[in-house]
Design a protein around this ligand. Structure first.
Ligand SMILES: Nc1ncnc2c1ncn2[C@@H]1O[C@H](COP(=O)(O)OP(=O)(O)OP(=O)(O)O)[C@@H](O)[C@H]1O
Ligand SMILES: [Mg+2]
Length: 230
């Protein structure tokens, strides 16, 4: 199996005062193979989102190395980064991050605009992916007309519409009740098993991490364990 993500000795410091640096990530090293479904778990403030932002090329580390699909991320220009991020990664967030005044077709097809896909094709792709997340018939709805679980399904359709290799989901069920949460988790499992998408999900809940195949546990910015579940 090919490694899609390879983090080596990643450190992240934040300046929190004039002479104060806070070490948020400390020597984080782990790799992810293509097709894995894994969770990054840890208590609040442990550094999960910081780690995800680095994996998602939204932030850079203070030191260490990061290879994404075999390419050295820290050597890329900002244009190269934007390109590889758009091509390789689909993001899903706790707060859904949908455009409130745009219908579902527009929301799902937004990443395709940046890829230069023509309008008609974008609409076809968006319709297809909305139906993959069981939202057929809702194409013209606005996000405000949907429940939380439906909103998250729109966000997932948007994440997968550009055929990413990897989905990065930061607390994707954090705003959902437990029944809806498990529907969303099942959807991630399906995307992973039927489409082969590598899914990395951040959570602070063991019950949610258990739905994945491997858990990397971060505490105080360090990996405490990295465990495959069978
Ligand atoms: N931009 C920043 N500047 C300074 N400190 C930051 C910044 N972003 C995060 N931190 C600090 O880094 C630490 C880790 O934050 P992070 O958001 O990665 O935690 P988390 O594990 O995602 O927590 P949560 O479960 O609450 O989302 C925290 O102590 C936080 O205060
Ligand atoms: Mg977080």
């Amino acid at each position: 199996m090919a490694k899609v993500i390879e983090l080596k000795n990643i450190n992240k410091d934040y300046m929190t005062g004039e002479d104060i640096t806070e070490k948020v990530l400390k020597n984080i090293s782990f790799s992810v193979e293509s097709g894995e479904f894994l969770s990054i778990m840890g208590p609040s403030g442990s550094g999960k989102s910081t780690c995800m932002n680095i994996i998602g090329c939204l932030d850079s580390a203070t030191s260490g190395s990061y290879y994404l699909s075999g390419k050295d991320v820290f050597k890329m220009t900002s244009n190269e980064l934007a390109y590889i991020r758009n091509k390789t990664i689909g993001f899903v967030f706790q707060g859904f991050n949908l455009l409130a005044k745009r219908n579902l077709i527009d929301n799902v097809s937004m990443p395709l605009v940046y890829r230069g896909v023509k309008k008609k094709e974008r609409q076809e792709i968006a319709t297809e992916f909305l139906s993959k997340v069981n939202l057929k018939g809702y194409e013209k709805y606005l996000p405000t007309q949907l429940s939380g679980g439906m909103k998250q399904r729109v966000a997932i359709a948007r994440a997968i519409a550009s055929s990413p290799e990897i989905i990065l989901a930061d607390e994707p069920t954090g705003n959902l009740d437990s029944k809806t949460s498990f529907e969303i988790l099942k959807l991630f499992q399906e995307l992973n098993s039927t489409m082969g998408i590598t899914v990395i999900m951040i959570t602070h809940e063991a019950e949610i991490a258990e739905t994945t195949n491997r858990t990397v546990y971060i505490k105080d910015g360090k990996i405490e364990y990295d465990k495959k579940l069978s």
